[in-house]
Write a protein that binds this ligand. Structure first.
Ligand SMILES: Cc1cc2nc3c(=O)[nH]c(=O)nc-3n(C[C@H](O)[C@H](O)[C@H](O)COP(=O)(O)O)c2cc1C
Ligand code: SF4
Length: 449
């Protein structure tokens, strides 16, 4: 076994009532806040820069640099907004984290707000997860009770209000500018940039928007020092090519041990599968997503690619949210891609034409292909049409939702074009959909027609 798990964010998850302030405080909880309040805000920002923490919400932008963009000393208030929308198919790290360890997020919120000199922080939560809403609200209330939030925090003279806000449930509201519109009470649609949120964000004021895991990583950086954090992960002489720290990897699908595995950046899927009991017994890996449904599919040939920003980019995909959805040979790739595309068509906010119209067309074509209708020539034509529409969507839409929508289509055609064609040859799907369910009898697979 080469990988060692590094439970930091997940270190208390097995403890009874891990979500309470009492348990968190028994495990060094809020000690980083005391340290941070003894330093200047700029020192904390520098610490986060030195740690080389990069955003955990998908794009991997350096967190400390983002904080450094906030203009200071102006007459407008500064805001911190935590993106807890987590709605991408396969992505499932922030919700379990917030259920098990909400105080680490709250502590991170207070430290980050202090660093950027914000007096009001918002946690924007996906609306459907009411159980998480209750847990976060309880944690914030406990923080106020202990004097960690509100006025004159721990006698430091620093004041901070924290608001937990539940959205109405839309994937697009995870896009940071759509989130801001939604938080302001408008329909969630992405904004034109520039101006960027650091200059004109929430209520047209300077705003930092960070993912839950990014903000929750801050207390451990303050507790253990930026060198400790930067000591985990991948190395390269060029700091822009390094992926540092520990992250939550979410394993799901056809695996024996689905769940959250906290490990340093740069481990491989092969290592995580060894740790988690492997692909379900009697089956083999067919394809997987490194970071949710918006990241191009990879296959068994990529099992040893380091799960770092650069490693996965080298395999022509994206690390995204480390949502490792594993599919074995019983899964029809056309069917899986159709389901994802239906999701994107449904969640398209409709603001721009390539995405609004294009995702609709993609669904129609994929439905036809999955049903196995038509002749081989028509199917070949449909495949070309899929690629052509995808090409007209990618990079030509208003936000990254549309880029994500075409990622599974183009990558599945790159690796599994024959499976698209097999549908017309079989007059339908050559695989038995029931065999891919987790309750299917072991060894089930090919359908006889
Ligand atoms: C359609 C779409 C959905 C997104 N959903 C989320 C989300 O649920 N959570 C998140 O943190 N970032 C999400 N993002 C990325 C955010 O726009 C933004 O990059 C991120 O919140 C920045 O935080 P970070 O720098 O800490 O990663 C989404 C982006 C797009 C285009
Ligand atoms: S790409 Fe899609 S989700 Fe993004 S603005 Fe355009 S229509 Fe809306």
């Amino acid at each position: 076994m080469t990988v060692t798990l590094t439970p930091v964010l997940s270190r208390t998850w097995d403890v009874d009532r891990s979500w309470t302030r009492a348990v968190y405080e028994e495990h060094e909880g809020y000690s980083a806040l005391r340290t941070a309040l003894g330093r200047t805000p700029d020192e904390i920002t520098q610490m986060v820069k030195d740690s080389e923490l990069r955003g955990r919400g998908g794009a991997g932008f350096p967190t400390g640099n983002k904080w450094g963009f906030i203009p200071q000393g102006g007459d407008k208030p500064v805001y911190l907004v935590v993106n807890a929308d987590e709605s991408e198919p396969g992505t499932c790290k922030d919700v379990p984290f917030m259920m098990a360890n909400p105080h680490e997020l709250v502590e991170g919120v207070i430290i980050a707000s202090y660093a950027i000199r914000a007096a009001h922080a918002f946690i924007y939560l996906r609306g459907e997860v009411v159980h998480v809403l209750r847990r976060l609200q309880a944690a914030v209330a406990e923080a106020y009770e202990a004097g960690y939030a509100g006025t004159d925090i721990l006698g430091s003279g620093y004041d901070l209000e924290i608001t937990v806000h539940a959205g109405a449930g839309a994937y697009i509201c995870g896009e940071e500018t759509a989130l801001l519109d939604s938080l302001e009470g408008r329909r969630g649609q992405p904004r034109l940039r520039p101006p960027f949120p650091a200059i004109a964000g929430l209520y047209a004021s300077p705003t930092v928007i960070n993912n839950v895991e990014s903000i929750a990583s801050v207390p451990s950086i303050v507790r253990n020092g930026p060198e400790w954090f930067a000591g985990l992960g991948t190395d390269d002489e060029d700091p822009r090519k390094r992926s540092k720290g520990m992250v939550l990897y979410s394993l799901s699908g056809h695996v024996n041990g689905p769940g959250q595995y906290e490990a340093p950046m740069g481990v491989t899927l092969r290592e995580l599968l060894e740790l988690s009991g492997g692909v379900r017994d009697g089956h083999e890996l067919k394809f997987w997503t490194p970071g949710g449904s918006s990241t191009p599919l990879l296959t068994a040939e990529h099992l040893d690619v380091p799960l770092s920003f650069e490693g996965i980019a080298g395999a022509k995909s994206m690390l995204g949210t480390r949502a490792l959805q594993v599919f074995d040979e019983t899964t029809c790739v056309v069917r899986a891609v159709l389901r994802w595309t239906e999701f994107y068509a449904h969640e398209s906010c409709g603001k721009c034409t390539p995405c609004r119209e294009g995702t609709y067309w993609l669904v129609q074509i994929l439905r036809r292909l999955e049903s196995g209708e038509g002749t081989r020539a028509e199917v070949e034509e449909d495949i070309e049409k899929l690629l052509d529409i995808s090409d007209n969507i990618l990079g030509r839409s208003f936000c990254a939702l549309a880029d994500g929508a075409v990622a599974p289509i183009t990558s599945s055609l790159q690796y599994f074009r024959d499976e698209y064609l097999a549908h017309v040859e079989h007059g339908g799907c050559p695989l038995d959909p029931a065999a891919s369910t987790l309750f299917a009898p072991q060894g089930a697979g090919a359908k006889t027609r």
